[in-house]
Each structure stands twice: as structure tokens, then as C-alpha cells.
Design a protein around this ligand. Structure first.
Ligand SMILES: [Zn+2]
Ligand SMILES: [Zn+2]
Length: 392
């Protein structure tokens, strides 16, 4: 887990990594609330002065403390302050003049809570409403995502870990929204991002791990997947998705066993269960031995991939999704006419187990060791150092 990568490999790595990320261009374009587009928003500068461009014309407001209302009007944006109308344009850019610029954004139609963002805002017209894109410093974005993903009460070490995961995940997905003309959306589809955070523990953790990402043995950014709780054992990636990844291997995890999402239960009727198996998978419920097995299942020797046995070709991941179970790691038994599921963990189980990692951080295990525990044979790499070599 130390940086001992030879220089020739660094060249290969940097060429592979640096699409859209270098020391000179450290901003992401984040599409805001694209799933519920606004027709009217209010922009309020909060800190730092802003330059404002209406299309290509620099608008000099005289007073940048003004509040701007942007309203969709046909295929244009009608821009007003509280005092006066400013004009119409196809695109408006609010660009912070200082590094720590921030602004408030409120959607009036549809009505939504005010949110605060770092850096710049670009607004254009999309077919469904105003298209809002936050051009934000990578590390400011990561801080916002870390707070959304890890909550506001985790430990400093856990925030450091989450920052590295979120950074790696984001850099891996920069082309996800190429057709929308931004890098990432602010929903869980990419990573949940609710804007600027003022949580000092999060900000320090992001700063202390600035630029660190995880790469695999071939020096590619890893797909840094994580889930809430593995129930005691994580899952090989190919058992959930088609792709086998050398670093997404099943590991035994005892750290999450007493955490909030370690256990779950669910009940459904016996007839509903058997009908489901029969109609969805042609499971032989008429055969009494097979039927008996379908009503008494244990996963005591580790996690299984298939229900009852592999030859029946009933993947547990399909049962999980159809029955909306918290995980595939369950036992079941018949109690009168009810099938009782006793489950372990929450989520797909691939990669890092968040609750296990939180527990490890609580007992003093470092983020480097935690990453090495959940991801097999990976390396932590500092993009800033690599960038330096690249510009050499
Ligand atoms: Zn997305
Ligand atoms: Zn776990």
C-alpha cells in the first residue's frame, strides 16, 4: 500500500487516468436536480464576488450581492433582480472570482429547499426546463458527496476512507453523462451530492487525502463499489454482476456483525413463495423433496450464489430483487403457513462494507488498512504526484 510505482508505469497510469482530471483542470461539471427540472430558480451569491455572463456578454451588476431570478421563457432564460429586469439569454454563467466563492440556489417551480453550493453555476435551457450545472472544484465536490454518503457523525478516519472511495468512483464515471454535457449527476445514479458542506471533520478528512485514489494491480482506477453491510462475508463481483474484477473478491468480515444493518427478517405466505418459485423459475414444487428444500434453506457455510443448488439455476440475486430483500444472505424456514426469512446484511455485498469499515475506523484501524482489507491487491496513488511526473 505504499507508493513504490516505477516511473515508466507512472507514465502508463497517468495516460490512463487523466481524462478530464489534471492539476490544471480540477473542476467537475455536476448536473443538479436533472430528475425534477425547474422552470424558475433564485440564485444568491453567498461568499466572494461573482462575474456574470449572459451568453457571451459580461454583465456588470455593480452590486454582486443582488438576488437573481432565472425564469424559463420559451427557449430563453428571463433574468431579473428584485429591482429590475436584466434581459433574456440562452445561457447564464455565474463565475466566482475567488476560490472560496459559494452561492445559494432555490428552485421556486417546483418548490424545493434552498441548497448551498461551492464555485460556479451555469444555466442553460433543456427540453424539460432549466439545466443547472455546478462547475465545482473536485475536492469541494468530494466533501459534499462524503457528507451525503457517510452522514454528519462519522469518525475522521472513516471520512478519509470515504473521500478516497468517492474520488475514485467519481473519476471512473466522468463520462457517464457525456450526452447531457456534464460529468456526473447529483443523484445516487452517480453519487448523492447535496452541495457544500460546512462539516469541519469532513473538510479536513478530504483535505488530508487530497488527490488520493485507488488503483488495481494493472494500475487502472478501481470500480470502488461499496454497500451498507455485508452480513459477515462480501461477494465476488461476478456473482452479482457479469464482470469479474481481481480486487472485488469475497472476504470474511466480522466487523459489521453487531452494526445496525447486520440482521433483517421478512415473512411471506407459503403459497405466495412457492407460486413465485414455480412461475418465475419453473422450480419443481410438485416434487416433495424439492418443495421441502425450498422451504428450509440455510447458508451456514458461507454465502451461496444459487438457491438450493446450482443445477436448478435460481440465482439468489434475482430472488433478492424480485422479493425486495435487503440481501441475498438469508436462511428461511416454514412457520405454519408462513415462510420466515432470517437475513444478514444490507446491499449487494460487493466491495467495501460501510458498517464494517466504520467499526474498523472506530477501533483504530487506519483507512489504508481498511481499503486493503476490502479490496484485494490494490494501491493508493496520489494523482498530484503522478501529475507532477506527467508534466516532467
Ligand atoms: Zn448520474
Ligand atoms: Zn461487513
Amino acid at each position: 500500500m505504499r507508493y513504490s510505482i516505477p516511473k515508466y508505469l507512472i507514465c502508463i497510469l497517468t495516460q490512463a487516468l487523466f481524462f478530464g482530471y489534471s492539476s490544471n483542470a480540477q473542476k467537475f461539471k455536476i448536473g443538479l436536480a436533472a430528475n425534477s427540472p425547474s422552470s424558475t430558480v433564485i440564485f444568491t451569491p453567498l461568499a466572494g464576488d461573482y462575474r456574470i455572463w449572459l451568453d457571451t456578454v459580461l454583465f456588470n451588476p455593480g452590486n454582486t450581492a443582488d438576488v437573481y431570478q432565472l425564469m424559463l421563457d420559451g427557449d430563453s432564460i428571463d433574468v431579473k433582480t428584485f429591482e429590475r429586469g436584466i434581459g433574456k439569454c440562452k445561457k447564464i454563467l455565474f463565475k466566482a472570482l475567488v476560490k472560496d466563492g459559494s452561492f445559494k440556489l432555490k428552485s421556486v417551480k417546483p418548490e424545493a429547499k434552498v441548497k448551498t453550493y461551492d464555485d460556479d453555476l451555469e444555466v442553460t435551457v433543456a427540453s424539460t426546463g432549466l439545466k443547472l450545472v455546478n462547475n465545482v472544484d473536485v475536492e469541494d465536490y468530494i466533501a459534499g458527496v462524503v457528507e451525503s454518503e457517510a452522514g454528519s457523525r462519522s469518525s475522521s478516519e472513516y471520512y478519509k476512507l470515504q473521500a478516497i472511495l468517492c474520488r475514485t468512483y467519481a473519476l471512473n464515471g466522468l463520462k457517464k453523462h457525456e450526452l447531457d454535457s456534464f460529468n456526473l449527476c447529483d443523484q445516487v445514479h452517480c453519487q448523492a451530492y447535496k452541495g457544500k458542506t460546512d462539516n469541519q471533520t469532513v473538510l479536513s478528512a478530504v483535505n488530508e487525502t487530497r488527490g488520493l485514489v485507488i488503483v488495481d494491480d494493472n494500475l487502472n482506477l478501481i470500480s470502488a463499489t461499496f454497500h451498507s453491510n455485508c452480513g459477515g462475508q462480501t461477494v465476488n463481483s461476478e456473482d452479482v454482476w457479469l464482470l469479474s474484477a481481481s480486487y472485488l473478491r469475497s472476504v470474511i468480515d466480522t466487523f459489521c456483525l453487531r452494526m445496525p444493518n447486520a440482521r433483517w427478517q421478512k415473512r411471506i405466505t407459503k403459497s405466495e413463495w412457492l407460486n413465485y418459485l414455480s412461475s418465475k423459475f419453473r422450480y419443481p414444487i410438485a416434487d416433495s423433496a424439492s418443495c421441502g428444500k425450498a422451504l428450509s434453506v440455510q447458508q451456514t457455510n458461507g454465502r451461496e450464489v444459487y438457491f438450493v443448488n446450482k443445477d436448478l439455476n435460481v440465482p439468489l440475486k434475482n430472488i433478492r430483487s424480485d422479493q425486495q430483500l435487503k440481501s441475498t444472505y438469508f436462511s428461511l424456514s416454514l412457520q405454519n403457513d408462513t415462510v420466515l426469512f432470517n437475513g444478514r446484511g444490507y446491499g449487494h455485498g460487493v466491495g467495501l462494507c460501510q458498517e464494517g469499515a466504520m467499526r474498523m475506523a472506530q477501533v483504530g484501524i487506519s483507512y489504508r488498512e481498511i481499503i486493503g482489507f476490502y479490496y484485494t491487491k490494490v494501491h493508493l496513488v496520489d494523482l498530484a504526484v503522478l501529475s507532477f511526473f506527467r508534466e516532467d
